[in-house]
Design a protein around this ligand. Sequence first.
Ligand code: HEC
Length: 133
Amino acid sequence: MRRASIIMLFLVTLRLSAACGGDPEPLAALHSEQPASLTTEEYGEQLFRNMGCHACHSIAPAVLLAPSMAGIAGSTRTLIGGRTMLADDEYLTRAMLQPGAEIVEGFRDDMPSYADTLTDTQTRALLAYLKTL
Ligand code: HEC
């Protein structure tokens, strides 16, 4: 519980500093449906920032609090216990909706579930974006 509140505080601080800092690209409004002006991948990228994924996950090879998303789609992931899994569409979708189902080796079960947050369209857009990384 304590650990969870520390993470939340971290996320809130990050959000605030992004809003107050000299970030040239302010957070776009959170659209619940894909705006016509964006491709599915661009919408996914916007969600990745607006839903806070980027607070824990880097899209560069750097590992933050969580595994990097660089090159994740189609790669082989090693889970706690040594089992390996192919990061296909099914795996990546489950990682967002039921993060506790598979825990990546070297990490803890710290990711919040997005099952109640993401619409199907948003889940598909995030998946499309992850596949571009
Ligand atoms: C509070 C930090 C946190 C946030 C926010 C978060 N994640 Fe995670 N995520 C983790 C951690 C820690 C793991 C590794 C443990 C596990 O496998 O569940 C993980 C695992 C994953 C994995 C599997 C990674 C792998 O190496 O196989 C994917 C995919 C993923 N997250 C996507 C997302 C997406 C998309 C979002 C936003 C909708 C998000 N995460 C938000 C912490 C976070």
